[in-house]
Design a protein around this ligand. Sequence first.
Ligand SMILES: O=C(O)C(=O)C[C@]1(C(=O)O)C=C[C@@H](O)C=C1
Length: 359
Amino acid sequence: MENNNWINQFEKPLIIGGPCSAESEKQMMTIAEEIDKDYVKVFRAGIWKPRTKPNCFEGVGAIGLNWLKKVKDEYGMMIATEIANANHAKLALEYDVDVLWIGARSTVNPFTVQEIAEALRDTDKIVLVKNPVNPDLDLWIGALERLSGQGIKNLGAIHRGFSTYKKTKYRNNPQWQIALDFKNKLPNIPMICDPSHICGNREGLFDVSQQAFNFEYDGLMIETHCNPDEAWSDAAQQITPARLKEILVDLELRQSDDPDAIYKTGIDNLRHQIDELDSSILDTIAQRMKVANAIGNLKKEHNVAVFQPERWKQIQENAVKAGASLGLSEDFIDKLLQALHQESVAQQNNIMIKKEEKI
Ligand SMILES: O=C(O)C(=O)C[C@]1(C(=O)O)C=C[C@@H](O)C=C1
């Protein structure tokens, strides 16, 4: 996928700040005044707000484009807003909005993304795509492909976390691995983290932002309001311009590599150890599968079921206990054992369904 390296016009990292929603011209101008423009280069504000339930504040609508324009004219900042249909896209282009983003609820719908892509055909504006609400990497990449297919070259992605049924400490679970897989597949597409929507509160913003920098993200989008408690949307996750600056000052940027000789020798040595350990883990797993196959054959001879819930439960409990004493998290042990068990059960199932070869 072609990309114009638009991110290079900004000093890394790119910081996008501003309110969740535009509420009034005064609110917008006050936030723009107070935001530290040495750090924040793009001013964001939602004017069309997709809300879960009806009868909530759904954004001020197109009038907010005038206020965004005023921020741009008076403070020289670039401006950004969310677009969710072709009409929004056309209006945003008319008002010379520099950065347009497609929200998580729109990314899930290929018709919506296609309609927006066609309305933006060949634009040189920056277009960012938030991850879809559900953890589907192909859907996320597919949205970028639709935009690229319409000749849009200044593309980027925003990682805002994924919806979960179970409550977690996050509003939207980051599932970092999905965003890292995205970075692996599309290394030329800049990745911006949206800690506000991942956290859903103010407390977690610093840690999530630092984690994004640890993974070498290209920037952050953080919702900023002069009076967060009184904000008309997402009050719990917005912070003041002063707090935003504190966070930005304290964050540590990471580089992709260091040519320093001590670092090079150290990392080579440790990576060699990792290679050896990975190889012995694989040998051990292969041995475990051989034993599982032997069990499969025995079960077949004696007509015993593949899945043994009691034994499986006991294995899990033992492993979680052993893992804890080795400093391995329950979550990790759980995932590791699930993968082992799934493969073991699949191999035994193959043994069960294999017909005896007739001579
Ligand atoms: O103990 C067994 O019966 C096995 O087949 C081994 C094993 C495993 O791989 O851990 C696989 C399937 C069962 O559900 C339980 C455990």
